[in-house]
Design a binder for this molecule. Structure first.
Ligand SMILES: NC(=O)c1ccc[n+]([C@@H]2O[C@H](COP(=O)([O-])OP(=O)(O)OC[C@H]3O[C@@H](n4cnc5c(N)ncnc54)[C@H](OP(=O)(O)O)[C@@H]3O)[C@@H](O)[C@H]2O)c1
Length: 257
């Protein structure tokens, strides 16, 4: 019973931003649960992306690594086409690629930097969801999981304003798509991580003073690990999450209580 609830046997998942951090942890959890995987990132730091694919194969599952920038339509089309050519279907999409290249107040933020943040965190998830939703509609259903952030739930005053806006919009996109796609048996949810120990958040945990300050804001008094986000993604991807759609699940150690 437990095994069946969380099994992804026979399923195919496409995960963006899978070369490291949360995306890689989700890929490995899905592989352990039995899914075959298309994993993608821009491949900015070879061999990270291929290493994720190798780790999936070591778990006995199939893996295809496809370099793609999620904000570029041609890359997204290529990613979806190659995933379908390899596996014939896509049951689960995890829009995890994201980041925040610039720290600035909104009043001082350059237009180009604003566009860049929106391009990856919001437009990227839109483009990949649009392409994969068409596939899922043809298949009769699927799951879309957006990796958002608690920064989309409460305004921060730490020069990450554009990032906050992009994740708030991603939360709304999750809920609009959940309503629009429910009739096609496609469930759309988001995960809102808090402070998770990855490359992205290195600035917050590598400096002891900054780390101590950040940890004070978290009820569990520690950073989370990528694997602690992966378990929630597995719940949303599996039979266990079959009546959950339009939800935004915080994984933040109580930071937003
Ligand atoms: N860590 C946290 O505390 C935290 C908290 C809240 C939310 N999040 C969210 O969690 C997600 C994963 O972040 P992480 O912490 O695991 O960061 P990470 O370790 O830096 O990983 C980011 C991933 O996204 C890929 N990526 C970046 N820009 C891309 C683009 N334009 N197209 C395709 N792939 C791209 C990166 O690979 P390449 O460089 O090869 O493209 C990498 O695989 C992000 O959406 C982030 O906003 C993280």
């Amino acid at each position: 019973m437990l095994d069946e609830l969380y099994s992804l046997r026979g399923k195919v998942a496409l995960i963006t931003g899978a070369s490291r951090g949360i995306g890689r942890a989700v890929a490995l959890a899905f592989a352990e649960a039995g899914a075959d995987l298309a994993v993608s990132s821009r491949n900015r730091r070879p061999p990270e992306l291929e290493e994720t694919a190798e780790q999936v194969r070591a778990l006995g599952r199939k893996a295809l690594a496809v370099p793609a920038h999620v904000g570029r339509k041609a890359d997204v089309a290529d990613l979806v086409q190659k995933s379908l050519a390899a596996f014939g279907r896509i049951d689960i999409l995890v829009n995890n690629a994201g980041g925040n290249p610039v720290l600035s107040t909104l009043a001082e933020l350059e237009e180009e930097a604003f566009d860049k943040v929106m391009e990856v965190n919001l437009k990227g998830a839109f483009l990949v969801s649009k392409a994969v939703a068409a596939v899922m509609i043809g298949q009769g259903g699927g799951r879309i999981i957006n990796v958002s952030s608690v920064s989309g739930l409460r305004a921060r005053n730490d020069r990450t304003g554009a990032y906050c806006i992009s994740k708030a919009a991603l939360n709304m996109m999750t809920q609009v798509m959940a309503r629009e796609l429910a009739g096609h048996h496609i469930l759309v949810n988001a995960i809102a991580p808090g402070s998770i120990r990855t490359e992205f958040s290195r600035v917050n945990w590598s400096d002891p003073e900054r780390c101590a300050r950040r940890v004070q804001e978290i009820e569990l008094k520690r950073f989370g690990e990528p694997a602690e986000v992966a378990g929630i993604a597995l719940f949303l991807a599996s039979a266990a999450g079959s009546f959950v759609t339009g939800e935004i699940i915080r994984v933040d150690g109580g930071e937003m209580i």
